[in-house]
Structures are given as C-alpha cells and as structure tokens.
Ligand binder design. Structure first.
Ligand code: PDD
Length: 288
C-alpha cells in the first residue's frame, strides 16, 4: 500500500499512523491555518513568500509560529526527501492544538503541526492548450479571506458548485465586483493591461499575486490593481487564474459566455501565453 511519510508534531510517520485527537481545535472549530507550496525538481518555488504568508496567517489568528524559517525549511525538506516525485505539492497546517471545547482561545496552547507532500497535479494538456470553463457565483464567504484559514467551507461549496457545472472553478463576485475563485486568484486583461482585484480582506493574496506583478514589470505589460465590476470580467479580452497548482491558466468561457474578441475569442490569449512562458522561466531560474 502507498503509505507516504508525513510529519506530525515532532515525528515522521507513515500517513496511516498519523493521528490527531478529536479535541484538536482544527477538528472542532477549523481553528488553524495552512499553506500549499509547489516544488519543482525537488526545489520549493517561492518558499520565502509562502513562509512569510504563513507568518501573517498565524499572526492574524494569534497563534505563535511554532518554528523558525530554518526549522520549517528543514522539516519540509525531510518530508520531501522521503518521496520519489521530483515535482511535489507540500501541504502544511498549524492548528491551535488540543483543548476542552470552548470557543475562546485556551490560556496555554501547543499548536498541532502537520506536513505532507504529494506529487503535484498540474493542469492537463487539454486545459493548457484550450483554456478552461468557469462558472460565476456570489461570494458568500466571510470577510477575512486574506487569512489562509483551514475553515474552508465557503470555498468547498464554491468548488462543489463548479464541479456540478463541469467547470474548473467558480469565479466569485461580491456586491457586483470580482473577488476570486474557490482556490485561485482571478485576473482580467483589457487593452493589453493585466488587472487584478486589490489585495484586501476580500481575497487571499496568492503567492502568484506578487509574481504576476513582477512578471508584468519584466515583460513591460501594464499592471493595475483595482475593483473590477462584473461586466468588465465578461467583456475582458482575456481572463486567467493563478494558484500554486494551476500556475497560470486561461479561462475561455464563464457561464456559457465566451471570453475574448475576434480571432482570440474562446482561446487562451497573447498575454496569457507571455505570462505562462515567463512563469516557466521563473520556475527554472528559482534558487534552491
Ligand atoms: N489555493 N485564493 C484562494 C482562495 C486559494 O485557495 C488559493 C490557493 C489562491 C492562490 O494562492 P497561491 O498563488 O498562493 O497558490 C487564491 C491552494 C492552492 C489550495 O488551497 O490548495
């Protein structure tokens, strides 16, 4: 049986033997945070940024970071080394630990720390070549989407909505403006400019958020962050998604409405192609 090694609270153990007590606040309240870090050729991509976001998420919910950056890197490297795939997706989670059930924080905590890794599953060749179809829906999540919380019920329901419509993602709108998809950020392109929603409490600031800004600067592609009304998304020249596992992925249709114009309608567009290529270059140039 495939029983990969994981890390849980100080021990490296096969996943079948990794257990958490039922009173863990992650289980009882969803009281914890997580990260997903892509690994290419056994090297983590943008690990500094992922570990900085881990710090921000922990600080936002008042859990002291249980490890220094060096300790995290060492633990993750040990889990990665026990796996054969060169390209992986590291998942790590920290919860407020075990305590008698009461909503407010316990006086003393021992955070639960969990790390696992799986082979990374990237978009298939068809999605790469032809782009993907999405559906739109109202964003009904809470108002702390900037925290990478394990309380993901809103995102789970949005992902299920996409699955039921044979779509790749649900693209969410709050009060008529674009927020993000169930597990990725959403960008539009208009007249050669890449536009993303502002980095505020209504979206998770993806690690690819800063990267897209950097890649646009490097390629002289105009870049802007501002509120994007729903009509602008449907009227965009291009729409694309970014996430650790989707990388950069073109959206060619939303709710049966084709995205794009003229010869680019319903196809991955030129800015997508440029940014996807630049993303692959950034992966290849990534330091160990
Ligand atoms: N999701 N927005 C949401 C709600 C997300 O869940 C994610 C990532 C992103 C993109 O963030 P990044 O570029 O750091 O991957 C935006 C991960 C992959 C997940 O939950 O599996």
């Amino acid at each position: 049986m495939n029983d990969p090694l994981v890390y849980l609270n100080g021990k490296f153990t096969p996943i079948s033997e990794a257990h958490v007590p039922v009173l863990d606040r992650g289980f009882i309240f969803g009281d914890g945070i997580y990260e997903v870090i892509p690994v290419y050729g056994r090297k983590m991509f943008r690990s500094d940024q992922h570990l900085a976001r881990l710090n921000r998420s922990l600080a936002a919910i008042g859990i002291p970071n249980p490890h220094s950056k060096e300790e995290w890197l060492k633990l993750i490297a040990q889990v990665m080394a026990a796996h054969t795939a060169d390209d992986q997706m590291v998942y790590l989670q920290v919860t407020r630990g075990v305590a008698k059930r009461a909503h407010a924080f316990p006086a003393e905590i021992t955070p639960t720390v969990f790390i696992m890794t799986n082979p990374i599953v990237l978009p298939n060749a068809n999605a790469r070549a032809n782009g993907v179809v999405c559906v739109s829906m109202e964003d009904k999540r809470w108002l702390h989407c900037e925290i990478k919380s394990i309380s993901l019920l809103g995102n789970v329901l949005a992902a299920q909505n996409a699955a039921e419509h044979q779509a790749t993602e649900s693209i969410q709108f709050r009060d008529g403006f674009l927020s993000e998809a169930s597990a990725s950020n959403v960008w539009v392109v208009k007249d050669g400019k890449v536009i993303g929603p502002p980095k505020d409490n209504l979206i998770l600031e993806g690690i690819r958020y800063g990267l897209i800004e950097e890649l646009c600067a490097a390629k002289d592609i105009p870049f802007e962050m501002r509120r994007i009304p729903r009509v602008e998304v449907f009227a965009a020249d291009e729409v694309f998604l970014t996430s650790a596992t989707k990388e950069v992925l073109a959206v060619v249709k939303i709710d049966d409405q084709t995205i794009g114009h003229g010869s680019n309608a319903g196809k991955p567009g030129p800015i997508y192609h440029q940014l996807y290529a630049a993303y692959q270059d950034a992966k290849a140039a990534s330091p160990a």
